[in-house]
Design a protein around this ligand. Structure first.
Ligand code: ATP
Length: 461
């Protein structure tokens, strides 16, 4: 456990040191649960999103993309159940006012609990276990009673009353936009049930205790698919979706031993089934990465009732009218980012030295190729290196670096996961080796000479 804790600390510090992730509003002392993605972080994030988008919107004929507005009519959150039921159990330390999320604290001491329990039930459990739960700030065991704390974040968008009466919420989950546009998509595309809609969007939650770096944040991005099927034709499609999501993670490079399935025991009343893909996060072990939910017709029925708009689908073949059932996948991009960076993180020995390396697949690596002139003060080398850099950067994300010695430049690229480093040396300029460069492989450290004219084929795939 000590080793795993250290790994998490090392990853957090690497993310900061190398410009992947910064604490939000850091110069003002930071903001809990908010993170900013730096230059390499945004590149990794974009690569993850592109891989996910390609899987659904590009590769499948029956999935359609969407990008709905962040703000939605306030009734949306009544229909979805968020204004009444989207809460976590909160208690406050009476000594220092530190707030705890009671279900998570109970789990830490080996008591099964979750956020869906009634206020009375969780109070009973909490009372029976108060002896074992200490405030992590001051050590006191004196907490208030548990109350259900609603996680929706409020705004005054379009509210000019000055009294905050007309609340508009930030989305507690991104997927609602898909339900709201179900009819638009059916009416404007050739979508026929069964079909899916894919969307990446922002969500906000007033998490009681944001923690574990990118795992639990107050602002997040979610990648969701909603697959619409005929009523009662859910089981086979659900199994296929579960399988595909698992395989997608493996194909993109996660180690199978770091993934596992978890089936929900405490289902919401309308759900048929719910599974999570869990990832073995460093320092706290297996926890939810992605949720895959078999949701029946609940979402569209609710919006039909609350909006008064007919959201039934007319089957063009049978002329039958029905509300489609929904199979949902939902993953937070921050959790996905953390899973991939943790999985890629490695320390090994190369040429007698310990190094840190991120072993990203080529597709995910923020920078694909780094180009170095062997020496900074030799204009011919620098000019040739610039020429090679300008050629490669048209194809892929490249970086030019002439700082410090070559060994140091390799270490830096290893730490950000760059698969190839290209060095322009004196042999590039003359003799039998003219117009060749060395290409160094991140994982093995091996170098080989390659003709500049063939470089594109070697390092841009
Ligand atoms: P948890 O039980 O961990 O709070 P949840 O079951 O509430 O998560 P969902 O509402 O199903 O999560 O959200 C779908 C996905 O969004 C989750 O699988 C997770 O990847 C991501 N997610 C949810 N809450 C957060 C958060 N606070 N920070 C980062 N990602 C989140």
């Amino acid at each position: 456990m000590e080793h795993a804790d250290k790994k998490m600390d090392d990853i957090v510090s690497l993310c900061k040191r190398r410009g992947f992730v910064f604490q939000g509003s850091e110069i003002y002392g930071g903001m809990a649960g908010i993170y900013d993605f730096g230059p390499y972080g945004v590149a990794l994030l974009n690569n993850l999103k592109a891989a996910w988008w390609k899987e659904y919107v590009q590769s499948r004929e029956n999935y359609f993309g969407l990008d709905s507005g962040i703000f939605k009519h306030p009734r949306v959150w009544d229909a979805s159940g968020h204004t009444s039921g989207f809460s976590d159990p909160l208690a406050e330390c009476k000594v220092c006012n530190n707030r705890i999320r009671v279900d998570k604290e109970l789990e830490k001491v080996g008591v099964t609990a979750d956020e869906k329990m009634s206020e009375a039930a969780i109070n009973e459990l909490f009372d029976a276990n108060r002896e074992n739960i200490k405030c992590k700030n001051c050590g006191s065991k004196d907490f208030t009673a548990v109350r259900a704390f609603n996680l929706l974040v409020k705004s005054n968008l379009g509210d000019f009353t000055g009294s905050g009466e007309e609340v508009v919420y930030l989305p507690g989950e991104a997927c609602q936009g898909i339900y709201l546009n179900f009819k638009n998509i059916v009416d404007t595309t050739r979508a026929k049930v069964p079909f899916g809609v894919a969307q990446i969007g922002k969500a906000f939650r007033n998490e009681i205790s944001p923690r574990n770096f990118l795992f639990r944040t107050r602002e997040m991005e979610q990648a969701d698919t909603q697959y619409f099927v005929r009523p009662n034709e859910n089981t086979e499609a659900y199994e296929a979706i579960k399988r595909e999501r698992w395989e997608w993670y493996i194909r993109l490079g996660l180690k199978p031993e770091n993934l596992k399935w978890h089936q929900h025991e405490n289902l919401v009343f309308y759900a048929k089934d719910a599974w999570d893909i869990e990832y073995n996060f460093p320092s706290y072990g297996f926890d939810e990465l992605e949720g895959i939910h078999d949701r029946t017709d609940y979402d569209l029925s609710q919006h039909m009732e609350f909006s008064g708009t007919d959201l039934q689908y007319r089957d063009p073949e049978t002329n039958e009218k029905y509300i489609p059932w929904i199979l949902e996948t939902s993953v937070g991009l921050g959790r996905m980012f953390l899973a991939f960076i943790s999985d890629a993180y490695d320390q090994d020995e190369l040429a007698g030295e310990t190094r840190t390396v991120l072993r990203f697949s080529y597709k995910l690596a923020p920078i694909k190729v780094a180009v170095f002139p062997l020496l900074k003060n030799k204009p011919d080398l620098v000019a040739k290196a610039r020429e090679v850099f300008n050629m490669l950067k048209k194809e892929v994300m490249c970086e030019f670096d002439d700082n410090g010695n070559i060994g140091k430049r390799y270490r830096r690229q290893d730490e950000i996961g760059t698969p190839y480093c290209v060095t322009i040396d004196f042999e590039t300029l003359e003799g039998d080796t003219k117009d060749t460069v060395t290409v160094r492989d991140r994982d093995t450290g091996e170098q080989r000479r390659v003709l500049i004219s063939e470089l594109g084929a070697v390092v841009t795939k």
